[in-house]
Design a protein around this ligand. Sequence first.
Ligand SMILES: [Zn+2]
Length: 316
Amino acid sequence: MKDMIAYEQEIIPELLKTSVERAEQLISLQQHYGTHFARTHFNIDPTSGLKSLEHLEQALENKKDSFKVETVAFPQHGIYYTETLPLMKEAAKLKSVSFIGGLDPLSIDGNIEKVMGFTVQLALDHHKGLIDIHLHEVGESGMKTINYLIDKAIENPQLQGKTFVSHAFALAHLNPKETEQIAERLAAAKVGIASSVPFGKTIMPIPTLKKYGVNVLIGNDNVQDYWSTFGSGSMLQKANLIAELYGYATEYALSRALQFATQSILPLDEKGKQQWPKAGDEAAIVLTEASCSAEAVSRISKIEALMHDGNLFWRS
Ligand SMILES: [Zn+2]
């Protein structure tokens, strides 16, 4: 991570020159796959200053009729490792910033309590109450950070439902009993997990988290950037990956897997009764070439059109 930080310090000035344009292209790509809402992280570090956010806001302004976001002020170069703390304080005051972000507190900044304490306090002070920590650390330090956030959410109910750990790879290395215990605690504190659904050496216990009622959000950490080129930008592809990885193979199980692409919205309930859309629901619809939810997931059906706020946009 630290050599990537050094690399970013070199390339960010160059990247900023084209970031508005590239952000718009990324939004277009996501829209092609049926996405109309995203949680997006912008770099906040001494090299970017607030420029990354300004450029993101410009791109969003150009797309405002068809795309909405919640933003995460993301200290990619640490809070203390580089001098980012004053910038985070500045960003926290901005209306356009929804979440206070964070990154591996021990391996980047060398201190879990100091970094997490600052992050939680900043979120509380600005009534954001919204925290998104990208935690790749495994083992004791990873679990310590997760448990710290759970404790803070229990202490401060305003953080519940608004605190997320992204990646949380530490959860992939627990035994079944430990997994159930932490799932129960996450659910009780309403601390959510955001995952890009890794596979290979790290398999996240998504079914157990869901079983205990943990809010599990699915996303892409990277879509075609210098960190990785393997994010497709398609949420349906992620639902398909989940179905294959965790063995959701029957028509019924495939139909339930659609929820990972739709923020838990499913057209039919478990008994097959229509539950969406209903009068009064948000006018956000994805039209796809599929006979049923299961087909959409298993075939990663082509998206034909996207409705955002009642406006229909056809895929060109
Ligand atoms: Zn990440």
